[in-house]
Design a protein around this ligand. Structure first.
Ligand SMILES: [Zn+2]
Length: 81
């Protein structure tokens, strides 16, 4: 799966000031959004139904089958990264 495809399968939300990414990918790539707020590229592996937090920017990645996904979609504010 290439990077563009990962981006297409991700949804970004803000929830209680925290950035949460819901993704169907089991490996995600985070650079903090690039630019002055960015950080070195970090590859993060997710388990099915699992979650992981980027060690640089605290962005939280939820696999699409994680139990918190419905709550994030309901309460979070979608945004385009
Ligand atoms: Zn990050």
């Amino acid at each position: 799966m290439d990077v563009a495809e990962m981006e297409r399968t991700s949804e970004h939300f803000l929830l209680d000031g925290e950035e949460v990414v819901i993704t169907s990918a089991l490996e995600v790539r985070c650079d903090g959004g690039g630019g002055p707020l960015g950080h070195p590229v970090e590859y993060i592996t997710l388990e099915k139904g699992g979650q992981a937090v980027c060690k640089y920017c605290d962005r939280r990645f939820l696999h699409v089958t994680h139990p918190d996904v419905p709550r994030v979609r309901e309460r979070g504010q979608p945004f385009e990264p």
